[in-house]
Design a protein around this ligand. Structure first.
Ligand SMILES: [Zn+2]
Ligand SMILES: [Zn+2]
Length: 265
């Protein structure tokens, strides 16, 4: 039995790790196409981001693996496979409930992580990314990774959800985690500007958290930030892109200098 649980956690860790590499890799590639040079000079930082993220993947796999094993073998959790088990309208509601619950958990644990001791002990690792890249999605100290890893495995005991809807929640979690850090806005303007954008979190909101360190603590929604007066609005990427230009000049300058040519920017 112990071996089966261990195998389940290993498989989950592997899935989380590979999912991270594929999604972060895809958005990093998109960054190279859309904003060439944005990550120039950040290679040592990206290496650190990948290292912390893969360590986090191992941690995420443990509660996920144990719960998945219990679900399969002991009938744990309120995950259901037959969509008809609950009224159809409940499917989108359950997804929203998970996102709201996760967002609430994230907001308060994240605020706690910005208290001086917790920041120094754990959260400083995540803020070492200056500016973050698509690879920073899971760049957490193990303590922070544990707070992130337990929430979904806990929620599946409390809120009924169809297995497909759970997959959707995890997909949203993964894509938002990556895109919120990648240094540019991939979503249409109405999602981060205007009436809907006033309540949703995308890269323009989270990048500002990384710029200011204070405020904008939320994950998906701006509800808690607005309620608690910690919302600092959305930034634009002018500063991040200007910094990238300076780095590029510095990195490219050495090459151009050696070749005796001038930069083209
Ligand atoms: Zn933070
Ligand atoms: Zn972040």
């Amino acid at each position: 039995m112990l071996l089966a649980i261990l195998a389940a956690t290993l498989v989950m860790s592997l899935i989380v790790g590979v999912r991270y590499l594929i999604v972060s890799g895809a958005f990093a590639a998109a960054t190279r196409v859309k904003h060439p040079g944005l990550y120039d000079g950040l290679t040592p930082q990206i290496r650190r981001e990948i290292g912390w993220s893969l360590a986090s993947a191992v941690i995420y796999g443990v509660p996920a693996g144990v719960v998945a094993w219990g679900w399969q073998n002991l009938g744990w959790t309120r995950i259901y496979t037959d969509l008809q088990s609950y009224p159809l309208w409940y499917a989108p509601v359950s997804v929203l409930l998970y996102l709201i619950a996760h967002d609430t958990w994230f907001y308060w644990t994240h605020r706690w992580m910005h208290t001086p001791r917790a920041f120094k002990l754990a959260h400083a690792v995540h803020h070492d990314s200056r500016p973050p890249t698509a690879w920073a999605a899971m760049a957490f100290h193990p303590i922070e990774a544990i707070t992130g890893a337990v929430i979904i495995p806990l929620l599946v005991f409390l809120i009924p959800i169809n297995i497909g809807c759970l997959g959707l929640v995890l997909a949203i979690m993964t894509v938002m985690g990556v895109t919120n850090h990648m240094g540019w806005e991939v979503f249409p303007r109405f999602m981060w500007n205007g009436p809907l954008g006033a309540w949703l979190i995308t890269a323009s909101h989270h990048q500002r958290h990384h710029d200011l360190y204070r405020g904008n603590y939320g994950l998906y929604f701006r509800f808690w930030d607005r309620l608690c007066g910690t919302d600092k609005g959305v930034g634009d990427f002018v500063k991040a892109h200007a910094q990238a230009r300076v780095r590029r000049r510095r990195v490219g300058g050495g090459v151009a200098g050696a070749a005796g040519g001038g930069g083209n920017e």
